[in-house]
Design a protein around this ligand. Structure first.
Ligand code: TXE
Length: 484
């Protein structure tokens, strides 16, 4: 195994920083269970250094011409692309995701975000509002220091999806990666410096939830953007509310994927595979409730099983591997418990369900049939490779059942009837919907949830609204009227 031990646990003000007084963070390769790096969680002194430096850098950054800021973001994107291979390897070691995925979905997705917002930076302006003589103009201002808190499934992508719009708007960012994937964001911080960003503009502070929590309530933090679970989202949102801080919450889901009777079965199966087994099922927008029309459920299930049986499980660094391990032993145990719950609840285990022999935190792709709405495997976010097939009869019925969840992150449907597609999409309670596709999240499209799945939107122009504020300036052209 390549040496991935970073020069320090944190990256602050343009350099690696270490404070061994912090609690140890073991970075474990999920494919073998071996510790590949050891870091130390941020102490209050490290947090202080990160916030003070970000505050300084933000002022310097906001004073630059927008086109110059955009140029830095574009350079970061170019470096990410140049080093895609090396960064993908690190991403695979950090997360256990197969290299064939990380080569196309992580540093490259991060680069797209930086390209998009790099191009947008110089276009972010206010507006003029004529009032018939007097007028108002608006100034789009940065918020200040933004705190990004990441989950473990997409450490590079999440950092870029948050940093790119934040920085485009003239903010600085302090990013706290998940404690189980602390490595990738440090590399991104190095690249920011190499690309010419001021020291402190993008700082990385590693640590557990408490390190992030201490920053959420720091008065120097103007905005918090979290990707994580609903319980954490609730805590972070509540703490941010104390200081009236802006928030973006990208939380969990239990999204429906609806396959109507006229669907193209092969494409629908492909979508169900991508929406349940990519990244070993550790994706927030996964379509884990697969509703299949009763007329085609046998045909659909047969093809799904046939194709899933061919999945290559193995070493994430082997280019042939299609399914890697779960992120941690804890997550594997949680998923195995859900599989047991599914069996006890009476769902029919059609495929997988066990952890393969040997080291690493592997679980076979698992498919349950005869799942019903009230089962826990159909209601709770499992965050693993567990697909549930539910059957339905009518459009009206499936829309009601698809919406009968506390979550609302995403939804997908397959049909050749485009009138039905748009009619159904209009009724689905979800922030992102796909028609005849699943899980594609281009940076050009807003992404985020409704209901318990979150607030705010990432990506696209929509994110600009969440990383900037508008100041209105009233300009009088005449005399001031007063009563006396
Ligand atoms: O997420 P957490 P975890 C779900 C998934 C998974 C479960 C737990 O079901 O099994 O969440 O994963 C930081 N104040 N998802 O433990 O706890 C924490 O350090 C501030 C779904 O990784 O939500 C980490 O950086 N920050 C999800 C981040 O929050 C706090 C993706 C997320 O941690 C904090 C990941 C606090 N009080 C997990 N407590 C999705 N749907 O995308 C923790 N953190």
């Amino acid at each position: 195994m390549k040496n991935v031990q970073p020069q320090g646990s944190h990256f602050i003000d343009g350099a690696y920083v270490e404070d061994t007084a912090g609690r140890e963070i073991a970075c474990i390769y999920a494919a073998t269970g071996e510790t590949v790096a050891t870091l130390h969680a941020a102490t209050p002194a490290v947090v202080e250094q990160a916030l003070a430096s970000a505050l300084r850098a933000q002022k310097e950054w906001a004073a630059l011409a927008p086109v110059a800021r955009g140029r830095v973001l574009s350079r970061v994107a170019a470096l990410l692309r140049e080093r895609n291979e090396e960064l993908s390897e690190l991403e695979s070691i950090d997360t256990g995701k197969p290299i064939q995925e990380t080569l196309v979905a992580d540093a490259t997705s991060g680069a797209e975000a930086l390209e998009y917002y790099g191009g947008l930076t110089a276009t972010l302006t206010g507006e003029t509002v004529p009032l018939g003589g007097d007028f108002v103009y608006t100034i789009r201002e940065p918020l200040g220091v933004c705190l990004g808190i990441g989950a473990w499934n997409y450490p590079t992508q999440i950092a870029c999806w948050k940093a790119a719009p934040a920085l485009a708007c003239g903010n600085a960012m302090v990013f706290k990666p998940s404690e189980v994937t602390p490595l990738c964001a440090l590399k991104l911080a190095e690249i920011f410096i190499e690309a010419g960003a001021p020291a402190g503009l993008f700082n990385v502070v590693n640590g557990y939830g408490d390190a992030a929590a201490s920053m959420v309530s720091d008065p120097r933090v103007a905005k918090v953007s979290l990707t994580g679970s609903v319980p954490t989202g609730r805590k972070v949102y509540a703490a941010a509310a104390e200081g009236m801080r802006h928030v973006t919450m990208e939380l969990g889901g239990k999204s429906p994927l609806i396959i109507f009777e006229d669907a193209d079965i092969e494409n629908a199966v492909s979508a169900a595979i991508n929406g349940n087994f990519y990244s070993t099922g550790q994706i927030c927008s996964n379509g884990t409730r697969v509703f299949v029309h009763e007329a085609i459920v046998d045909e659909f299930t047969e093809r799904l099983l046939e194709r899933t049986r061919t999945a290559v499980i193995g070493d994430p660094l082997n280019p042939d591997t299609q399914i890697g391990p779960m992120i941690t032993e804890t997550q594997r145990r949680k998923v195995l418990e859900y599989i047991e719950i599914g069996k006890t609840e009476g769902a029919e285990l059609l495929l997988g369900g066990t952890a393969p022999e040997g080291g690493g935190f592997y679980i076979e792709p698992t498919i349950f049939g005869n799942v019903t709405d009230e089962m826990r495997i159909a209601r709770e976010e499992i965050f693993g490779p567990v697909l549930s097939i539910l059957t339905f009869g009518s459009e009206e019925e499936v829309v009601a059942r698809a919406n009968d969840t506390e979550f609302g992150l995403a939804a997908g449907l397959f049909t050749k009837d485009f009138t039905r597609a748009h009619r159904v999409v209009a009724q689905l309670q979800a922030g992102t919907c796909w028609i005849n596709e699943y899980n594609l999240t281009p940076v050009e499209a807003p992404f985020g949830g409704v209901k318990m799945s979150g607030v705010g939107r990432e990506n696209a122009r929509a994110a600009i609204e969440h990383y900037s504020q508008v100041k209105s300036v009233y300009v009088a052209m005449g005399d001031v009227a007063a009563a006396f």
